[in-house]
Design a protein around this ligand. Structure first.
Ligand SMILES: [Zn+2]
Length: 84
């Protein structure tokens, strides 16, 4: 008995936390440790996809790529997001 439940148990909790204004969230850059509002990061690209880079070290924090099946949000450069 390992005591876990499946991800469906997060339905209420996750939907509560994912309803926030992302630009006011505070992110920590994995590469340099900078901590700051997403709204102060540097954004490149346009309709084909966007890359958001750290304001201090230029590392990729996250990317947003539209596909035919949905939008892919990759947060590979974010250690954590603090939701206000
Ligand atoms: Zn950085």
């Amino acid at each position: 008995m390992d005591g876990h439940v499946d991800g469906n148990s997060l339905a209420g909790t996750l939907s509560e936390y994912l309803r926030f204004e992302p630009t006011t969230a505070v992110a920590r850059c994995i590469a340099c440790g900078d901590i700051g509002p997403v709204g102060e990061a540097m954004v490149y690209g346009g309709d084909q996809g966007r890359v958001v880079r750290c304001r201090r070290c230029d590392a990729v924090l996250l990317s947003i790529v539209p596909t035919t099946e949905g939008t892919r949000l990759q947060l590979r450069g974010v250690a954590w997001l603090q939701i206000p």
